[in-house]
Design a protein around this ligand. Structure first.
Ligand SMILES: [Zn+2]
Length: 479
């Protein structure tokens, strides 16, 4: 017998307007769910209720979707990555960092737990987890209580550096093939997991590290298994130049020409498209290609903004007809803060306040991400949708006055006002505490794992430098 929970007389409900396919405020209303599915969103629920939650001073909103994250590695870069970049690689620190700083397998498990805890505490209910295959991944994902889209990443080549500017590749096509096979096996396990909360994404790692055959076969596999495909594409100037060197075209044009762009394709991050001011390529077709093929973009403003990069711009992509979702790609895994930064960077890039809005950003972080994942039952509060929802405390001092609750949440309060999170109808975090995992223990393990990672950096770095030389602390040591 499945029970029904009703959030009664919520001060504010972010309800889904089915006719106009957009979120709308309902000031005063009930939200009810039976088992894992919403059964009522409206003024007053008359049905039988097993558990009633007093909605006074609460906003009920759909859970957020983190469309692009790397939980196995990003938690280890706290204090390391924020100001690390390589000017001679067009500011990106990606290549130097991912070669020099590699958390080990034991650490990576704790990393996932920390990342998942950060998500649950900041209102994320679904996540695309792009990671290498580690033992126990399915179990950790299931235990987290999150809705996890496992995206086991594989590639035909690894990045490699011999100096501080040139990006090189070590190719191993067989490893890429093995990776695709292992990924498909794991995706099958996820899709049939008894929790009903796990799913899969085919994830060839990057357009520049996968052979054309591997990319094409990955796309065919995604189609055959009816799951999304995600790939990093147009994420750095170096990658853009490599693709021009190999193929004489932009990364997006390359992806279109090998037929991997489609409504099941999610590109992280499609930032350096042909018209971007940092590449100034001679064509102006990439945005139209993304829109015409129905390709989705996972936008992750923080990691790029820290280098000095941004999408040009979030509003323009939307007006061109491109569906955008929001990802983190970095620690903290805080989609609320990503929405704020995305709005600000879009306006700075466009030099125009009207280019985007909190309404558009919130759509991207919910329904946009759900559409990208092919899941119209997520990212919205509507009857029949999954009971993935967030209760926001309107009485929190950072929310007040809560004239416009989403603005208060996104511009000011962020996770401080996230009170309770439900995924699949189950309460997974409450009052700032994760109910499914031991956050403290995971944080301690991540600190130990980070120490090992930093210790081993000289053996991996192209110049044999220490972690302190690669990424100095923000202040000098006294004495
Ligand atoms: Zn990424």
């Amino acid at each position: 017998m499945t029970s029904t929970t009703c959030i009664r007389n919520a001060a504010c409900v972010v309800a889904w307007d089915t006719t106009n396919r957009r979120h709308a405020y309902l000031m005063g209303g009930d939200v009810a769910f039976t088992g894992d599915t919403l059964c009522f969103v409206g003024s007053h629920y008359d049905g039988a209720v097993d558990t009633e939650i007093n909605g006074t001073n609460l906003m009920v909103m759909p859970g957020l979707i983190d469309l692009h994250s790397h939980p196995s590695t990003e938690p280890f870069y706290r204090g390391v990555r924020e100001e690390h970049g390589v000017p001679a690689m067009y500011m990106s620190g990606l290549y130097e960092r991912s070669v020099a700083f590699q958390p080990d397998a034991i650490a990576r498990k704790a990393g996932k737990r920390v990342a998942f805890c950060e998500m649950l505490l900041s209102g994320v209910t679904s996540v695309a987890d792009l990671s290498g295959i580690d033992e126990g991944w399915i179990d950790i994902a299931a235990q987290s209580g999150l809705r996890v889209f496992l995206a086991p990443s594989f590639a035909s080549a690894r990045w490699h550096l011999e100096n501080g500017w040139a990006l090189k590749y070590r190719w191993d096509e067989t490893a890429g093939r093995r990776g695709l096979d292992a990924a498909l096996a794991l995706i099958a396990q996820a899709e049939t997991h008894p929790s009903g909360r796990l799913a899969g994404i085919v994830s060839p790692a990057q357009v520049d590290t996968c052979s054309i055959d591997l990319l094409r076969d990955s796309f065919a596999a995604a189609k055959m298994h009816n799951v999304p495909l995600t790939v990093h594409c147009a994420q750095s100037v170096n990658e853009f130049l490599v693709m021009v060197d190999r193929h004489g075209k932009s990364p997006v044009q390359f992806a279109r020409d090998i037929d991997i762009l489609s409504p099941r394709t999610v590109l992280g991050h499609a930032m350096f498209i042909d018209e971007h001011s940092w590449v100034r390529w001679h064509t102006r077709t990439d945005l139209a290609i993304l829109a015409a093929t129905g390709t989705h973009v996972a936008h992750c403003p923080s990691p790029f903004g820290r280098y000095g990069h941004t999408l040009e711009d979030f509003g323009r992509y939307g007006r061109a007809g491109v569906n955008l979702g929001i990802g983190t790609d970095v620690a903290p895994h805080n989609v609320i803060e990503e929405m704020r930064l995305a709005a600000i960077l879009a306006r700075v890039a466009a030099r125009d306040i009207t280019t985007t809005s909190i309404g558009a950003l919130f759509h991207a972080a919910t329904a946009g991400g759900a559409d990208a994942l092919g899941r119209p039952d997520l990212g919205r509060l509507a009857v029949g949708a999954k009971a993935d929802l967030v209760l926001v405390d309107l009485a929190n001092r950072w929310m007040r006055p809560a004239r416009d609750p989403l603005r208060s949440l996104i511009f000011t309060a962020a996770d401080r006002a996230v009170r309770t999170v439900f995924v699949h109808g189950i309460k997974v975090s409450d009052q700032g505490r994760v109910l499914t995992m031991d956050h403290e223990a995971a944080l301690a393990a991540v600190a130990e794992g980070q120490a090992r990672m930093l210790r081993d950096a000289p053996s991996r770095d192209w110049a044999g430098r220490s972690a302190e030389q690669i990424s100095p602390l923000s202040l000098p040591m006294l004495g």
